[in-house]
Design a protein around this ligand. Structure first.
Ligand SMILES: [Zn+2]
Length: 416
């Protein structure tokens, strides 16, 4: 049981670090391996249907652009987390809803299939207590989440369908507005000025089922209303602090404090555009779009095949032709340490958006995450803090959401 081991040993390790800086790296590694480490937002399931791609093979960002697989999780000491069922926002029509619903259910099946194929290494998790139980078996802890509830369309009964498939965290919206909520980044601006009437029922239904509500990607108005309406603490599963870099996807200090006051947590992401100002390079974007036109989405290209190799080589050539400064792990740490200073280690965690656009210099893939623990310890945080930041907090939220489930109303949501 890794969870129960940290108290005395952690303090001793921390004192040792304080006394002898040369041992920091070794001790940080030991602590990182000892605690349960969960990432609250991984888009890795998008890779599960890649032809010839296996979670058990060792890949590299350089070769196939992926950031998580079993060998790299072992290297980086990541014990698991929330694997997202992501759906891009599409047409808000009956046909669009049906296609999105089918794709999302298929994605849930793909997660289940990956776990079933590798059941000696992975296990599905449904309750907060499952994490320690699965970690004790030295298996990867697989929680499921939904990024963008567009697949529900206008049918909230589907939330129970996804709950039954194992989904325990759910966010209403992605890059653009939908029938549930306004997005933080819709170029058209707000449509509902927060949650739609259906979105408010969605919040109640997630509470009733005991799912953690996620406000990442939602507008500030949605955040405010979700915080007000939800009977359980809410999460920002992959976000940043606008005091460090002002961006619609980031959140201001007042809201972070209100989130914490209601027991919620902010999980810091590593999506370059949200970390710092990056100069736009329109000519590069044009060439990258043309590249996708030429090959199709790269995730459709067979792993290890010549087409993928050619695509990756051409992509690297375009990136080399238009060099632009990339954010670094320092920028991720700036957001993380800012949030920690503001609300403390009970209300901050980590959701790096692997395989969904995350990754910076020095934090290229999951193998690099022990560096975060090293830096947190160097900043004065103790093992007990790291245990909360790396997983304890998100498990507390799940426990609270599940503890309150069903106590709100036994009425199922209305039929569409
Ligand atoms: Zn996202």
């Amino acid at each position: 049981m890794r969870a129960a081991m940290f108290s005395k040993a952690g303090l001793a390790a921390f004192l040792l670090i304080a006394a002898a800086p040369a041992t920091v790296a070794a001790d940080a590694n030991a602590i990182h391996r000892r605690i349960i480490t969960l990432d609250s937002h991984m888009d890795t399931p998008m890779n599960f249907a890649r032809p010839g791609w296996s979670m058990m093979d060792a890949h590299t960002v350089e070769n196939d652009l992926s950031q998580i697989d079993y060998p790299r999780m072992m290297k980086g000491g990541l014990d698991g987390g929330f694997f997202a069922i992501y759906t891009a926002q599409g047409p808000r029509t009956p046909e669009g809803f049906a296609a999105a619903r089918n794709a999302a259910i298929k994605r849930a099946i793909e997660i289940r299939d990956m776990v079933a194929r590798n059941s000696d290494r992975f296990e599905l998790a449904f309750t907060a207590d499952d994490a320690a139980r699965i970690a004790a078996k030295r298996k990867i802890i697989v929680y499921q989440s939904i990024e963008n509830s567009y697949p529900l369309g206008k049918d909230l009964t589907l939330l129970k369908t996804f709950y039954d498939l194992g989904v325990r965290m759910v966010g209403p919206v992605h890059f653009t507005n939908n029938d549930l909520a306004d997005s933080a980044t819709d170029p058209k601006g707000p449509e509902w000025h927060g949650l739609s009437p259906l979105g408010k029922e969605f919040v109640a239904e997630a509470n009733r089922l005991g799912m953690v509500l996620d406000s990442s990607h939602a507008s500030d108005d949605v955040f405010d209303q979700m915080l007000e309406l939800s009977t359980a603490p809410i999460i920002l599963s992959h976000s940043g602090a606008s005091a460090v870099f002002k961006h619609p996807r980031n959140i201001d200090d007042t809201r972070i404090m209100r989130l914490a006051a209601k027991g919620g947590i902010i999980q810091i992401n590593s999506y370059p555009d949200y970390l710092k100002q990056i100069p736009e390079v329109p000519a590069r974007d044009v060439e990258l779009r043309a590249l996708t036109q030429k090959y199709g989405p790269y995730r459709t290209l067979p792993a290890g095949g010549d087409k993928l190799k050619a695509y990756v080589a051409e992509r690297h050539a375009i990136e080399a032709k238009y060099p632009s400064p990339r954010p670094t792990i320092d920028d991720v740490m700036a957001h993380l340490l800012h949030a920690l200073k503001l609300v403390g280690s009970d209300h901050v965690g980590i959701g790096l958006d692997w395989d969904g656009g995350g990754g910076v210099k020095g934090l290229e893939d999951v193998a690099d995450i022990p560096e975060i623990s090293k830096r947190l310890l160097a900043a004065g945080y103790a093992e007990t803090d790291l245990a909360k930041i790396w997983g304890g907090n998100v498990l507390r939220l799940l426990r609270e959401a599940q503890g309150k489930a069903g106590k709100i109303s036994n009425e199922p949501p209305r039929q569409p």
